[in-house]
Design a protein around this ligand. Structure first.
Ligand code: AMP
Length: 284
């Protein structure tokens, strides 16, 4: 696996394979790689001829400077893990390569960027995500780009960008990878201290409670959300939001019918902000 720092090097490395008709897969990450990321790299390895993993902690999507400063970074370990999972190229540019002096263009996605994560983290969060992902898609020009269901709203925003801006990449979504007890893997989990690791399970417990109640026949979204919040309260965690929304447009659902419904949750445990989600009536 080659580690590359500049867009020129990246383009040069991909030129040959692209002209030879080899398919290119892209897995964008912010590093601190765990099984969630690596499952996407393996999936890309299985589906594509060339696998590019990007490692860039994107300052534009952090609303909280302390979160950016505390974000775990270990490039040497990430490089070893990415190589082992089958990456051919690790693209790890410095911030100035991605945002050169005078950078002035932002990709904003209306409507689906506004609720939930957008409401909590502010409108610049998904603008930062949409802008950097558009740039990475332009830099790599992959046939397929791989994202995780854990960041469900991010997936919806990226799907919209790709559709609206006619970006010729297919988007594939990998299931959420969890610890044995159900906690969704996240680079931020490393910052959970002492009792916080146990309490972080509140998000999964809340979602499981909603799922069980739905399976038992409850259809009222307000009641389902209240059940989820109550399960979280048992671990003394109050969510920033726990909401039932449509999967594509993230509009609130009042009653769960036959269509898939996304149950999305975010909560702070100590200093660490975590998100998770579950799909009711999952198609397939
Ligand atoms: P991040 O480094 O947090 O920006 O994540 C990079 C990619 O990995 C995104 O597409 C995430 O949705 C995905 N990802 C992060 N955590 C998980 C997980 N636990 N399971 C599956 N995918 C994940």
């Amino acid at each position: 696996m080659k580690t590359l720092r500049t867009i020129a090097e990246l383009r040069a490395a991909l030129n040959g394979p692209r002209r030879a008709g080899r398919s290119i897969g892209l897995v964008p990450t912010m590093g601190a790689l765990h099984e969630g990321h690596l499952s996407l790299v393996r999936r890309a390895r299985a589906a594509c001829d060339e696998v590019v993993v990007t490692l860039f902690v994107n300052p534009a999507q952090f609303d909280d400077p302390r979160d950016l400063a505390a974000y775990p970074r270990d490039e040497a370990q990430d490089a070893a893990l990415a190589a082992e999972a089958g990456a051919d190229v690790l693209f790890a540019p410095p911030p100035g390569e991605v945002y050169p002096r005078g950078f002035a263009t932002t990709v904003t996605v209306d409507e689906i960027s506004a609720p939930l994560e957008g409401a909590q983290r502010g409108p610049s969060h998904f603008a930062g995500v949409a802008t950097v992902v558009t740039k990475l898609l332009n830099m790599v020009q992959p046939d397929v780009a791989f994202f995780g269901q854990k960041d469900a709203q991010q997936v919806a925003v990226i799907r919209r960008v790709v559709r609206d801006l006619d970006i010729p990449a297919r988007i594939e979504v990998g299931e959420t990878i969890r610890d044995a007890d159900g906690l969704a893997l996240s680079s931020r989990n490393a910052r959970l201290r002492g009792d916080e690791r146990r309490r972080a399970l509140a998000l999964h417990r809340g979602l499981e409670a909603v799922r069980a109640c739905h399976a038992a026949g409850e259809r009222d979204a307000t009641i389902l959300a209240a059940i989820g919040r109550a399960a979280m309260a048992e671990l003394a965690v109050e969510p920033e939001y726990l909401e039932l929304v449509t999967q594509d447009s993230f509009t609130p659902v009042h009653s769960v019918g036959d269509e898939p419904v996304l149950v999305a949750v975010a909560a702070r445990v100590g200093d660490v902000r975590l998100i998770d989600n579950e799909i009711l009536n999952r198609s397939q």
